[in-house]
Design a protein around this ligand. Structure first.
Ligand code: AHM
Ligand code: MG
Length: 281
């Protein structure tokens, strides 16, 4: 299960064996449920409509099967992120248009983290709820109902090796976060795990665009939008630096966006700093 699969995905990234296994497992499971008419995955270039020999459902599923791939072989937390929309098309297998909906339209979203325990966090638009897998009975138990994130965080999380390539606004924002009011740095390199820690403890995660990748690294539809849905439902915020992530109207399946996500006041501080630098809305 460890190591590279030898293949490269649509984003030009090395696929790990576990990426491929997770992707196939999710697709095989969902196409037979009768709930889903089309799927999209980080690991597949194109939309994956429900095959004709299965009944198409009324929902659309987008997912990152295994987020944090670089952490697989070193035994650090990784996870699965998912986003669910209602289909727009009326019948038959779903279409690309069904998948290209703004995050605001999600009917549910969430993630699973494979960490020191296996945790499922989801929202269907009525708060955020956290479940922990009890392997002795094979069930997820509701241990954290109604998760609310602190309005101001104690952590900031960003890959600072990109600092020289950031805009002046982002550099200033991170300079402000650094060491101010007892803030501490934490960066795992698995978005889902960095996000979850900050959701629970309070904090802000940033993945800015830079001179090499103007839209940053993270994908809107199956990484940023579902986590933005969770963040807002928990009382936090998510922005691309200018506007809420949930308001972005997607034009491409694998489109990227800068991401600033977490505690409300911290996201506002970054937006304000960008705006003062002439990089805001
Ligand atoms: P992946 O979905 O292929 O694992 O890539 C996304 C990951 C995120 O989990 C994480 O936040 C980011 O890439 C880390 O990137 P970097 O190594 O540039 O800091
Ligand atoms: Mg990912």
């Amino acid at each position: 299960m460890l190591g590279a699969s030898g293949r490269v995905n649509v984003q030009g990234e090395q696929q790990q064996k576990l990426d491929v296994l997770a992707n196939e497992t999710i697709k095989n499971t969902f196409r037979a449920t009768g709930r889903v008419c089309v799927m999209a995955s980080e690991e597949d270039a194109d939309a994956v409509p429900t095959p004709a020999d299965y009944r198409p459902g009324k929902y659309v599923l987008l997912f990152d099967p295994l987020d944090g791939s670089s952490n697989i072989d070193v035994n650090v937390s990784i996870g699965t992120i998912f986003s669910i929309h209602r289909r727009l098309s009326r019948e038959g297998p779903g279409t690309l248009q069904d998948l290209l909906q703004p995050g605001r339209k999600q009917v549910a979203a969430g993630y699973i983290i494979y960490g020191s325990s296996t945790v499922l966090v989801y929202s269907s638009g009525r708060g955020v709820h956290g479940f922990t897998l009890d392997p002795t009975i094979g069930e997820f138990l509701l241990l954290s109902p109604e998760i609310k994130t602190p309005p101001r965080g104690k952590y900031y999380s960003v890959n600072e090796s990109n600092y020289p390539r950031w805009s002046p606004g982002y550099r200033r924002a991170v300079d402000l976060l650094k060491g101010s009011d007892g803030r501490n740095a934490r960066y795992i390199g698995s978005l889902v795990a960095d996000f979850h820690r900050n959701l629970v403890a309070g904090g802000v995660f940033l993945y800015p665009g830079d001179t090499k990748s103007p839209q940053g690294k993270l994908r809107l539809l199956y990484e940023c939008a579902p986590l933005a849905f969770i963040a807002e439902q928990a009382g936090g915020a998510a922005s691309d630096g200018k506007r809420p992530i949930l308001d972005i109207v997607p034009t491409e399946l694998h489109q990227r966006t800068p991401l600033v996500i977490g505690s409300r006041e911290d996201v506002a501080l970054v937006e304000r700093t960008l705006s003062e630098a002439g990089e805001g809305a």
